[in-house]
Write a protein that binds this ligand. Structure first.
Ligand code: HEM
Ligand SMILES: *[C@@H]1O[C@H](CO)[C@@H](O)[C@H](O)[C@H]1NC(C)=O
Ligand SMILES: *[C@@H]1O[C@H](CO)[C@@H](O)[C@H](O)[C@H]1NC(C)=O
Length: 338
């Protein structure tokens, strides 16, 4: 048994000191990254330290329990955060239900089978019981995505908090999401508009290490592809048969992005190198000169992928966030406050 000797305690203390320094570095790094909008500087790692100290624990437990029951929901949570941040900034606009006067983002065809809303509701209910009116839905979505990555075997990272919830959610805004038919230059351009480099775009696409796509998202690659090819020539011949097999079960039939749909790993990048990418937007990353090198690096070295992914996720989580009076803390994540 390990005795709590003074040496042990002092080594713990020095570890704490190191982590405090790292924490400090991360904070200043976050402020640099958020240079786009001075307002973002208000986000802080310890934002809820005094007002809702157990927020991380409550969300971790909620996500853990949900994933124990259904591990496929990790993908849903990660994707939800992406869709939230790319439309109107990370402000939980993705959670709003449509009303009779407003069709919300959720009901866009591009809602693309988003999943995991109930997990956010459960976390929100518990947080309202502990500390009413304090924790924003936008922060819950961002933290739930972080925990989903962790519980699936991905990198551990923390994110600054203090996002406020928005009051707008309109179906037409979803037109700003990148399409699965995009090629690498279109993807680079779209992500570039949000301040991301091509390398960050590839790292973020690595989220497709989790989850599935439905046939309707890739079937255009399987017949009448272009004037000279019936089937997209960038698909491996055997994998094309796999995709056709999936589509023989209908538009909603699901195709995992890689062999380990519930594990956060670099198998997705290896699939791309084997010409077994599911979406055009996946495969194009390894066929385009500009991004091929990054795909190879991530396929060869998972640690590099993890490092780039977590940094890009922190950055994505700061997109156009609303602070202070720019937003509110919803009491029900599905409805704006009255
Ligand atoms: C690069 C541009 C991207 C495009 C074109 C794209 C497109 C898509 C499409 C079409 C699907 C399948 C939807 C369906 O058929 O039901 C999907 C699934 C998914 N996307 Fe993306 N995506 C992109 C980037 C991202 C990013 C940046 C993330 C997160 C950081 C992400 C996370 C996910 C996840 C986890 C799934 C699986 C969802 C599930 O299994 O429920 N995607 N994406
Ligand atoms: C997605 O949108 C379609 C309408 O385009 C709707 O029928 C479906 O219920 C929505 N799915 C979710 C999960 O909201
Ligand atoms: C990508 O798509 C755009 C729009 O369709 C097209 O103009 C461009 O040539 C394509 N780029 C490559 C490298 O295929």
């Amino acid at each position: 048994m390990r005795k709590t000797t003074p040496e042990f305690r002092s080594s713990q203390l020095s570890r704490m000191a190191v982590s405090a320094v790292v924490h400090g570095l991360l904070l200043s790094w976050v402020m640099i990254v958020s240079g786009f909008g001075a307002a973002v500087v208000g986000l802080r790692m310890d934002y809820y330290f005094l007002t809702c100290p157990f927020v991380d624990q409550v969300i971790k437990n909620t996500v853990f329990n949900a994933l124990q029951a259904d591990p496929t929901l990790a993908a849903g949570l990660v994707r939800m955060h992406f869709h939230d941040c790319f439309i109107e900034g990370c402000d939980a606009s993705v959670l709003i239900d449509s009303t009779k006067d407003n069709t919300a983002e959720k009901d866009s065809p591009a809602n693309l089978s988003l999943r995991g809303y109930e997990i956010i509701d459960v976390a929100k209910r518990q947080l309202e019981a502990h500390c009413p009116g304090v924790v924003s839905c936008a922060d819950i979505v961002a933290m739930a995505a972080r925990d989903a990555v962790f519980f699936s075997g991905g990198p551990v990272y923390d994110i600054p908090k203090g996002r406020k919830d928005g009051r707008r959610s309109k179906i037409m805004d979803t037109i700003n999401l990148p399409a699965p038919t995009f090629n690498a230059s279109q993807l680079t351009r779209t992500f570039g508009l949000h301040g991301f480099t091509a390398q960050e775009m590839v790292a973020l696409s690595g989220a497709h290490t989790l989850g599935v796509a439905r046939c309707s998202s890739f079937k255009q690659r399987l017949s009448n592809f272009d004037s000279t090819h019936n089937v997209d020539p960038s698909i491996d011949a055997i994998f094309a048969k796999t995709l056709m097999g999936t589509c023989s079960r209908g538009d909603n039939a699901e195709q995992p992005f890689d062999m380990t749909r519930n594990n956060f790993d670099n198998a997705y990048f290896n699939a791309l190198l084997n010409k077994a990418g599911v979406l055009t937007s996946d495969q194009t990353l390894s066929t385009s000169e500009a991004t091929m090198g990054v795909v190879k690096a991530y396929a060869m070295n998972q640690a590099i992928f993890f490092l780039d992914f977590q940094q890009a996720m922190v950055k994505m989580g700061m997109l156009d966030v609303k602070e202070g009076a720019q937003g509110e803390v919803r009491s029900d994540c599905r409805r704006i406050n009255n």
